[in-house]
Design a protein around this ligand. Structure first.
Ligand SMILES: Nc1ncnc2c1ncn2[C@@H]1O[C@H](COP(=O)(O)OP(=O)(O)O)[C@@H](O)[C@H]1O
Ligand SMILES: [Mg+2]
Length: 213
């Protein structure tokens, strides 16, 4: 199964989600992280988590690599770069699921819109694939903006996950501490861990439902 974290908007939460998802999956499954971003943020992070990782930022190499990796691992989690259209296209051509973190305020901006447009194009060519799930990341609890943002996500026409990842300092701290929220001790980290778990279970349900069709 190939799951790509995609959003051409920088800072949306691709790396954060990719690393936490891979780590969570690795408890029960064979997982590899593919870091398709030249900045190598997820590769630098997962080296401390005992997760296998490949760094590939060349589109052709990436195209050739992903399917064989999917034969050897239960899950291939790909961390996509920001605005590099060619790489994102390759990922959309090769993925089973494109998981799109969206920041509360970032939907109206050009880069997320561009990503959604690319997804529509690839789905048209691939007969509806990849599956797509949007979710709200770094949401601020209780704000009016929160409800508006969910509505804006839904208006994109793509499926929106019910799970929301809230804005928490522990998430920001995790890479610096070379860890994930599961290994941080604060109350907020526990909350965050259960929010991530809820999100990832929901993603697996989406994949499971699709495989039954
Ligand atoms: N839910 C969240 N709460 C707090 N900080 C977050 C959250 N999600 C991401 N961040 C922070 O926002 C910044 C950008 O996130 P990152 O995952 O690197 O985005 P991307 O890979 O899409 O550019 C990082 O500093 C990260 O720690
Ligand atoms: Mg990143």
């Amino acid at each position: 199964m190939i799951i790509a974290l995609v959003n051409q908007k920088g800072g949306a939460g691709k790396t954060t989600t990719a690393v936490h998802f891979a780590y969570w999956l690795s408890v029960n499954s064979k997982v590899i992280v593919v870091d398709a971003d030249r900045q190598k943020s997820s590769a630098n992070w997962v080296q401390f988590l005992n997760l296998p990782c490949r760094v590939v930022s060349d589109p052709d190499e990436l195209f050739d690599l992903l399917s064989p990796l999917a034969q050897s691992f239960d899950y291939v989690i790909v961390d996509a770069p920001g605005n590099l259209r060619e790489i994102v296209s390759v990922l959309l051509d090769r993925s089973d699921l494109a998981l799109i973190p969206c920041k509360q305020s970032g939907l109206d901006l050009h880069s997320t819109a561009e990503t959604l447009r690319l997804i529509r194009q690839r789905q048209e060519v691939r007969g509806g694939k990849p599956l797509v799930s949007l979710f709200l990341n770094q949401a601020k609890k209780g704000t009016l903006l929160l409800r508006d943002s969910i509505q804006v996500l839904q208006e994109s026409g793509f499926p929106v996950l019910k799970s929301i990842i809230y804005d928490r300092q522990c998430i920001m701290d995790a890479p610096g501490q070379r860890t994930t929220v599961w290994n941080l001790r604060s109350e907020s980290a526990k909350q965050s861990a259960s929010e991530f778990e809820r999100l990832f279970k929901e993603v697996l349900e989406v994949l499971d439902e699709q495989s039954k069709k």
